[in-house]
Design a binder for this molecule. Structure first.
Ligand SMILES: Cc1cc2nc3c(=O)[nH]c(=O)nc-3n(C[C@H](O)[C@H](O)[C@H](O)COP(=O)(O)OP(=O)(O)OC[C@H]3O[C@@H](n4cnc5c(N)ncnc54)[C@H](O)[C@@H]3O)c2cc1C
Length: 487
């Protein structure tokens, strides 16, 4: 598909201002910047790789003058289509801005937005520090994208999300002026906190060019437990009891029986042998628990966890050895891809429900499965109720597509009814735009739009995202293999 030339004069002018080596209009570069992990392609007119920060001001000022849509792209791993240029225009691509500086005394890192999240940890490790938010995509995604989506991850159970680890941001307003929110200081309460307004705003309110983030001490030890529970319900009741016992797991993951079944089908063997399960032949739900900290404190918590396993588990394994722990993690790491053994397409919604609704949610996903005849495997973060509910279907079967689309609307309605949220970490983007009004009242959405208008009067930055419901099911995903597909 050729790039859409909707603003050729402005693009030519930009090329003169920044230099032609910074402005790409070829089909291959534009196509690569046209989608994220959601894989819905919207072609931009040009991709811009700025050299210096001031280039961003230049781009935005020109964009406002000629009313060219601008979308910022980190590393395109997003699941909500938020970095897709759905109205065309220019994509600012920042993956080449990847400097990382560690300040070990202050336990801070100053980073450029394109830095890969895992690289921050590589550089912090020699100082006994780490950046706790760890989306499963951390080897591929950028810190700029993490901040713009307020990413969560497996360790959010104990350490929180990205918002809990940002001291300061620098960048550009949609109108092209440079701003700094916060400072590289441990305390800062001057003025209205617009730093936190940028965090999670999915590239709609400004462009981040530098961030100072908080690092924390690396735990001295960790212990990992893999536990099989007889049913989904018993696993979720166990989850509530563990959290109520005031143990603070660093990782606490739930995999329902449908997810475990898909994983076992793919690997061709059971997670726990029938013998380990005391003769149980049916698939069991699985909980993955990790605790970290000082070895003495871990030993104390491990005693409590073992008692808890006796009460709720039908089989378990545990280790404090890194290599053995990886083996226990295997099912969690592979379960998402394994679901493709149940259908060639998936709807993946990262909803959140309160503890009191865990069991009701899982029962509902099975009701949906039985009603529409499509698998609804569900797994996710048991410590904060952020579950990934999937509907697996056959993309080439129009009946399946219709059923999946209808069912996901019903799931989202149910989640809100249960006191939950339509997204806990991926954001709204275009993916959840049809559901925004389920979560928020007209007054709430109106207030968000008023903020957007105040900062971006010409609606330059990421137009169409979040607030314009897009019928995403009408768009067919492109067939591409992305680097994270292989892992
Ligand atoms: C295999 C896999 C596993 C994942 N697991 C998780 C998970 O556990 N938790 C989780 O939260 N997410 C997860 N994700 C989603 C994704 O990795 C995160 O949303 C990540 O934060 C996106 O980073 P990115 O650099 O790829 O951003 P992109 O996808 O490029 O962009 C995401 C958003 O950030 C904006 N943005 C990017 N850079 C800037 C900037 N400099 N200034 C302003 N806005 C900017 C974009 O405009 C867009 O709105 C996963 C994705 C994959 C593919």
């Amino acid at each position: 598909m050729a790039p859409l030339q909707t603003h050729p004069a402005a693009t030519q002018e930009l090329s003169k201002l920044l230099g032609p080596e910074r402005v790409f209009t070829d089909e291959a570069t534009c196509f690569a910047a046209s989608f994220d992990n959601m894989r819905l392609s919207f072609m931009p007119e040009a991709v811009i790789r700025p050299k210096v920060e001031e280039d961003i001001g230049t781009v935005l000022k020109l964009a406002n003058q000629h009313k060219v849509p601008v979308t910022v792209r980190g590393r395109g791993t997003g699941n909500a289509g938020a970095s897709s240029p759905i109205k065309g225009g220019w994509v600012i691509h920042l993956d080449h801005w990847d400097k990382i500086e560690i300040d070990p005394i202050s336990a801070m890192a100053t980073v450029q937005p394109g830095a890969i999240t895992a690289h921050i940890n590589d550089l912090a490790a020699p100082y006994g520090l780490f950046f706790p938010p760890d989306p499963s995509s951390l080897k591929y995604c950028s810190i700029g994208g993490n901040i713009a989506t307020n990413a969560g991850g497996l360790r959010a159970a104990k350490y929180g999300v990205v918002r809990d680890h940002v001291y300061a941001l620098e960048g550009f307003l949609p109108t092209g002026e440079k701003v700094k929110w916060g400072a590289p200081l441990r305390k800062f309460v001057s003025g209205i906190n617009l730093r936190d307004l940028w965090i999670g705003s999915e590239g709609t309110l400004g462009i981040i060019t530098k961030a100072t983030i908080k690092l924390v001490n690396k735990p001295l030890a960790r212990r990992t437990f893999l536990v099989a529970c007889r049913t989904d319900e018993s696993a979720l009741e166990a989850a509530a009891e563990l959290m109520g016992s005031r143990i603070n797991p660093s990782v606490f993951e739930f995999l329902d029986t449908q997810t475990v079944e898909a994983a076992e089908k793919q690997r061709g063997s059971r997670v726990f042998t029938t013998e380990e399960l005391g003769g149980i032949k049916e698939t069991c739900a699985v909980l993955l628990v990790e605790i970290d900290g000082h070895p003495a404190a871990l030993a104390d918590d491990a005693v409590k966890i073992n008692l808890w396993i006796k009460k709720f588990g039908v089989a378990s394994r545990a280790t404090d050895n890194e290599v053995e722990a990886e083996k226990l993690w295997d099912i969690r790491r592979t379960c998402s891809q394994a679901m493709y053994s149940l259908g060639n397409a998936k709807l993946n919604e990262d909803i959140v429900v309160p503890f009191k609704s865990y069991v009701a949610l899982i029962k509902y996903t099975r009701e949906v499965r039985d009603k529409i005849g499509l698998p609804t495997p569900t797994f996710g973060h048991a410590a904060d109720g952020n579950f990934h509910v999937h509907i697996m279907y056959n993309r080439d079967n129009p009946e399946d597509c219709k059923k999946a689309e209808k069912a996901i609307h019903e799931v989202m309605k149910k989640v809100v009814e249960l006191g939950g949220a339509i997204t806990g970490e991926h954001g709204i983007g275009i993916a959840k735009s049809p559901f925004l009004s389920l979560q928020h009242s007209p007054a709430e959405i109106g207030a968000m739009i008023a903020v957007k208008k105040a900062l971006d009067p010409n609606n330059i930055l990421a137009p169409g995202q979040i607030f314009e419901p897009l019928n995403v099911w009408e768009h067919r995903p492109v067939k591409v293999t992305l680097s994270w597909d292989k892992h």
